[in-house]
Design a binder for this molecule. Structure first.
Ligand code: SF4
Length: 331
């Protein structure tokens, strides 16, 4: 594909036309020497929809380990002997302290993340709603939650408490999901995403790449996310965990990670795209390229079971690129 064709494609996407699966696959097969143009085009589309602004988000591992699901990548599954720390839902005060730290480091969103298929609709939901209520009243960081597969009533209770964003990843394409998880159906995750949308929540839903999926399956996931009209897409890259079935999986190379980000920007042009777990070990020296490849956000600080990058380092990286940290995308 000629560089001019790529720039015409950007104009067409900005004008409101959608990239289809075949076009995306053509872009996925571009030779390495054409990748800088692909990134430039994705950056142009990001610039159109998000300007010079980048949003940061932070998470807290609010309840860790002992999960009854068998997700092949996950340190917290009870099916895998990973030695991951286990504890029940953290007290309110600890969750609120985490939110203060997130607000102070410039994060737009603070995600309360629990392990497990879902949470109990009694004490656990009540405690999380109480925290969300306080965060919503305070207003310094938008409350988010990732609590697994939930029913409509629980999602409505969270919305009523002031939750802004519900996060629930589909993890991978429907066609590859049985290789990754056998303890629940893909449709259960899709149903939670639909219910969260119906509850009026902003939905953050994406996946994890480098699980052995094909490029076609990466495109398949993006098209599912487009159909579900998710608002925000987190992109994670596998950082293999010892003791899991994917412990010896070869990690993606940085160029492939950037290519995935660019394809997602072009397939989901006005979605907020945030690069999250696995950033350091997969992108290595090319971390600063994520925004030039189309990302509009980045998770800062620690991940669920692994350490992350210091927020001050991410802020400097963003400033060095002439971009600014915003809280505007997440409201
Ligand atoms: S990804 Fe979530 S549902 Fe799957 S094993 Fe880990 S904690 Fe459980």
């Amino acid at each position: 594909m000629h560089a001019n064709d790529l720039y015409q494609l950007a104009d067409s996407i900005i004008a409101g036309n959608q990239l289809d699966a075949d076009q995306a696959l053509t872009l996925a097969k571009l030779p390495d020497h054409d990748l800088p143009e692909l990134f430039a085009v994705a950056s142009r589309v990001r610039q159109h929809f998000f300007g010079d602004r980048i949003a940061l988000c932070s998470i807290v591992n609010a309840k860790s380990g002992l999960c009854a699901e068998d997700c092949a990548f996950c340190a917290q599954s009870s099916f895998h002997a990973t030695g991951a720390v286990t504890y029940p839902l953290l007290p309110q005060a600890t969750l609120l302290e985490g939110a203060q730290a997130a607000a102070a480091n410039g994060s737009a969103c603070y995600g309360i993340v629990t392990s497990g298929t879902g949470i109990s609709s009694g004490e656990e939901l009540a405690r999380i709603c109480a925290v969300v209520r306080q965060l919503a009243a305070d207003g310094s960081v938008a409350p988010g939650a990732s609590l697994g597969i939930l029913d409509q009533q629980s999602l409505l209770a969270l919305k009523e408490a002031g939750l802004v964003t519900y996060h629930h990843n589909l993890e991978t394409a429907r066609s590859y999901f049985p290789q990754i998880c056998t303890t629940h159906a893909y449709e259960d995750d899709v149903a939670t995403v639909r219910l969260a949308k119906q509850a009026g929540l902003r939905v953050c839903c994406g996946g994890l790449f480098g699980l052995g999926e094909s490029m076609e399956q990466r495109i398949e996931l993006a098209l599912t996310l487009r159909e579900l009209q998710v608002d925000s897409v987190p992109i994670n890259f596998l950082d293999p965990v010892a003791g899991t079935p994917l412990a010896t999986m070869q990690q993606l190379i940085p160029r492939t990670c950037l290519q995935i980000i660019a394809l997602y920007r072009l397939l989901l042009p006005d979605c907020h795209i945030t690069v999250c777990g696995g950033r350091q070990s997969n992108l290595r020296e090319l971390q600063s390229w994520i925004f030039l490849a189309g990302a509009s956000g980045v998770m800062t600080g620690d991940y669920l079971t692994k350490g992350g990058r210091r927020p001050e380092d991410d802020q400097r990286l963003i400033a060095d690129l002439g971009l600014t940290v915003t809280k505007e995308f997440v409201r």
